[in-house]
Design a protein around this ligand. Structure first.
Ligand SMILES: NC(=O)c1ccc[n+]([C@@H]2O[C@H](COP(=O)([O-])OP(=O)(O)OC[C@H]3O[C@@H](n4cnc5c(N)ncnc54)[C@H](OP(=O)(O)O)[C@@H]3O)[C@@H](O)[C@H]2O)c1
Length: 281
């Protein structure tokens, strides 16, 4: 079955649709004929994305949300449901990164990241679950990270919610056997977006720069194309990205070796690791 026939007419709610991976998902899903509900905080950016959809520009429903406002999310989920009368796929993509040592990071920043990257996704999921159960179908997609699998310096506040996503959604998956509801956890490596420019530092101040590794990273369009293929195949867990994916394999089979590589700055170590493993190319 082609991606077009798989996604044609499906109602897909994408969070974090105003930039990066989520924005690119909007364009590709629209091209495959899906009906979109697009969410993030910045309504202006969402409207811009909507106007640029390749098929039926302006046809997506724009639903601004702030995942930090957890109490508002069940109401937002109801609103999302009302647009097309159903939702087939929820893509929990919105996220925020951090760049600071744990000791310099306030507990408020830890909580902020936990709310956006973990509780936000869990609240939206719980709000839609009864609807998915009623219709006997649905797919929950979670965008995790390599930081959801192992920890590295300066990413503790980001790594914690990403790890939590695995715990929650793997447990939920085991409860949903034979329900017709599928869960896909996607693990991007380093993808060419401005995520680091949008990141916060320990006291909540904006980090503000796109790190070099992200400028030269795996192209967003290609990554999203592969992610959409994985979603169509209902993959339970799927890595997308470049050579840094080898760390997943190392983490599984030789965690002590991986820990040696990431003792200092993770990206520096990953580049070294990549160099020393060029025979993999
Ligand atoms: N790029 C990578 O290398 C990489 C690697 C691993 C995992 N990921 C994950 O991929 C996902 C997308 O990241 P990206 O690279 O596309 O970064 P991005 O361009 O910074 O996109 C993040 C999205 O999340 C939204 N968002 C942030 N805070 C929000 C909040 N409080 N409420 C609602 N929406 C919020 C942002 O929109 P507003 O600012 O308009 O709210 C934006 O649309 C994230 O979960 C990230 O952790 C990315």
């Amino acid at each position: 079955m082609s991606l077009k026939s798989h996604f044609q007419g499906k109602v897909i709610w994408i969070t974090g649709a105003s930039s990066g991976i989520g924005e690119e998902m909007c364009y590709q899903f629209s091209d495959f004929g899906a009906k979109l509900i697009i969410s993030a905080r910045n309504e202006g950016k969402l409207k811009r994305v909507n106007s640029q959809l390749p098929r039926n520009p302006g046809s997506a429903k724009v639903l601004p949300i702030d995942l930090e406002n957890l109490s508002e999310l069940p109401g937002k989920a109801k609103e999302a449901m009302s647009f097309f009368g159903r939702i087939d796929i929820l893509i929990n993509n919105a996220g925020m990164a951090v760049r600071d040592f744990a000791i310099n990071t306030s507990i408020e920043t830890d909580q902020k990241l936990m709310n956006i990257n973990y509780f936000g996704a869990v609240t939206l999921t719980k709000s839609l679950l009864p609807h998915f159960q009623e219709q006997g179908s649905g797919q929950l997609v979670v965008i995790s990270s390599l930081s959801g699998k192992y920890g590295v310096p300066k990413l503790a506040a980001y790594s914690a919610p990403k790890h939590a996503l695995h715990g929650f959604f793997e447990s939920l998956r085991s409860e949903l056997v034979d329900s017709g509801i599928f869960i896909s956890i996607l693990i991007p490596g380093i993808i060419q977006t401005e995520i680091t420019a949008h990141a916060v530092m320990g006291q909540g101040e904006n980090y503000g720069k796109v790190e070099t590794a992200f400028k030269k990273a795996y192209p967003t369009e290609k990554a999203v194309n592969e992610m959409i293929l994985a979603i169509s195949k209902r993959k339970e867990e799927f890595y997308v990205g470049g050579m840094e994916g080898v760390t997943l394999w190392l983490n599984r089979f030789s965690p002590w070796l991986l820990r040696r590589f990431i003792r200092n700055h993770p990206l520096k170590r990953l580049r070294k690791l990549k160099k020393s493993l060029t025979f993999w190319n």
